[in-house]
Design a protein. Sequence first.
Length: 735
Amino acid sequence: MTTPAGDREALSGVVERVVFHNPDNGFAVLRIRVRGSFQLTTVVGRLPLVSQGETIQASGSWKNDPNHGVQFQAERLAVSPPDSLDGIRRYLGSGKVQGVGPKMAKRLVKAFGEDVFDVIENEPERLVEVPGIGPKRAKSLSEGFRDQKAVRDIMVFLQTHGLGSARAARIYKAYGADAATLLTEDPYRLARDIRGIGFRIADGIGASLGKDREGLPRARAGLGYTLEQARGAGHCGLPRNELLEQAQELLKIPEEILVTGLSDELNAGRLAVTRLNGEEAVFLPPLLSAERAIARRLGELIRADPPSWAGIDAAKALAWVEQRLDVTLAPTQRAAVETSLRSRVAVITGGPGVGKTTLVNALLRILKARNVRCALCAPTGRAAKRLGESTGETAKTIHRLLEIDPSSGAFRRGRLRPLDCGLLVVDESSMVDVELMAALLQALPAEGSLLLIGDADQLPSVGPGQVLRDLIDSGAIPVARLQEIFRQADNSRIVRNAHRVNRGYLPELESTRGELSDFYFVPAEDAEDGQRKVVEIVAGRIGRRFGLDPISDVQVLSPMNRGPLGVRTLNVTLQAVLNPAPESGAVEVERFGWKYRAGDKVMQTENDYDKDVFNGDLGRIVSIDPGAEQMTIGFDGRPVEYRFRDLDRLMLAYAVTVHKSQGSEYPAVVVPISTHHYVMLRRNLLYTAITRGRRLVVIVGQKWALQKAVEEASDLRRYSTLREQLAALASYRSE
């Protein structure tokens, strides 16, 4: 029966059949028998566990699904144990209780009636009264029933304290039957143990359980969370006083409690203390270990004998390679080749158009002639592909080169199983964070050499640290700086303006009327006007004038996520124009704040080793199957299956942040610059955005905001010990 409840209706009945149930996100399709009705009713909703024979209470509304007919769409679903003998029999025979099938369920109900659950749980010795059950089977049956009951109790416990079924299932998988006990004792452990459940969720559960807001468990968890937040901003740690100040702002508890909590965390080894710029600082142990490992391995390289090919006559080799490649190397390029030939570790840095690719090709050709095995890699798939195309050699992502183990996230290559190469070349090395650099150096052979190539003036890595900048600034590593812009590149306004910005000058904003250019500035009065013009340029003008596809060839790069010219708003606006909502009955899925449609451009937001898809990879949705709750996404032509529960690792990507664009190039980029982006307007951000465009760069916004970005050169330095450690090596080189 149904009864009105405002705009909702209430419905209850017995589950006759579980058509579908996804334990990860709770989605269920049920066929239930409503009392007094001869026909079964289809109910669709979410709940952690459900079994045949149970009674459900639902509230929601009726919908006429074009594929499945009339359904009751439940906004709320609750389950209660079966309250009839028929329901009890169906529940026991549903297969949920190990060792009990339909026939055995019938015997149990006949023997014990409505008391059967109590007998199974509390008096299992009585089960031998049922034909076919001996002492061993009685014990197994009772244990299986209690396990099933424990799972249900835990899921209900978690949902009672504000966790949805997807997170509840993840927690149960991590902690098993002890979940409720462990979380009652220390709900804050969630923030440490389970991906995707941070301190704020754990703190909410703690408040729901009545935990002491000024207790030490909360203080310890808050300190760890504060450092994790700092890690997200690129820091490897924080000065002790700054850590305490930020944690106190977060937790609103007395400092003396935090001091005690910090001492506990240091003693337990969950945090580590070190010195930074003469002050005491607190670091996440894996990051401090990574920085020390980098410094130690680079020290070994600096102190080691020159590479086996150091005896090459550089002058003869350069003359030979210029003839073979039909090029004339600039003086800075020749000096860089000489530095690379005689050094076990070296850095080559410079902006666009200065000949880094030509230099690397020359060096590889010389070494190949001497049978030196070279390994080439880059942080992202796009950067590795570009490196391979420009050199004609095989290039891999760093993760693939190090042979990532999808099950653990660990690398199979390391000190005990090093890479098989004489020279390791790492392109786009400004993107490499401390943990990845430490792993690379561990895998470098004892007799191997390292060449890092990158533009140190770009934004630092998304991950913690600023490895390339620290190596250059330390003075410990030989550095070759390429500065001369070659004639062909100098004809590009993109290249000229990138270098102007990097030197602190406004880009050339005026273009010749009537002639196509590769760089444009489109003024906008305010953010709303800027948003309208960005959409107009992406969806219309670029395609008409340059013949570029607005989805696959054009990338909007915004300094920020929020605001009218932020990534989130621009994605929704551009999706509505470039891939509008489908007609009635077509497929659209909404998860984690985004609506997805076939044809949408999306970006992976974290590494997924099982799928071989990494943070920053761009793809296009090929198809969506709502029945199977999965979609297929193409990444560079390779189809990858995603379950709907995995969509928290995706975002729409018509617009992405400048940070997320690192290591990639696009045929055309559109960059909104507004006073709304004030806190993010820095020279290296604008410089990075401009250098992402290969054929076309369009800046949309206010000239004042552009001026502010160019003038703001003081990039906030990240907290890291690496430069200090490397500087100590510089003194060794000078001795």
